[in-house]
Design a protein. Sequence first.
Length: 133
Amino acid sequence: MFSYFTISTANEKLPVIIEKFKNVTRFKNEIMKTEQQLSSSLSNTSNFEQYVTLKQKLNSVVTKFYQAIEDLENTGVVIKGIDEGLLDFPSKRFDDEIWLCWKQGETEIKFWHEKDIGFSGRKPISIDDKSLV
C-alpha cells in the first residue's frame, strides 16, 4: 500500500532499507561475475556441462536480483540508480509531492528534491523544516 514518508519515518526505516539495497547490489555484482565466467567458459577448454551449469546459475542469480529489487521497493522507496546508490522516498512539502533523497554512504535522510528534478537538484532539509510531511 502506498504512503508518503515523513523525514522521521524515512530515517526510522533507513537501516532496513540500506540492508535491502545492499542485497540488490550484491546480486547485481554476482550477475556481472557470472556473466564474465559464462563468457569465458565458451573457450576451447570448457565443455557444455560447465556452460549449462553456469547458465543455470546466472538464471538463478537474475531471479534473486529482481526479487531483491521487489523486496526493496515494497518498502515504499524507489530505486533511482543502483550504480549511483540512489534511492528516493515519496513525501510531501506543503501540498507538493517531493522526493526525500538518499545516497549510498549517507546515514540519514538529509536532502530532498522536486519530483521532476533529479539528484543534481537536491536541497538540504533544514532541522526546523515544518513544511515537510
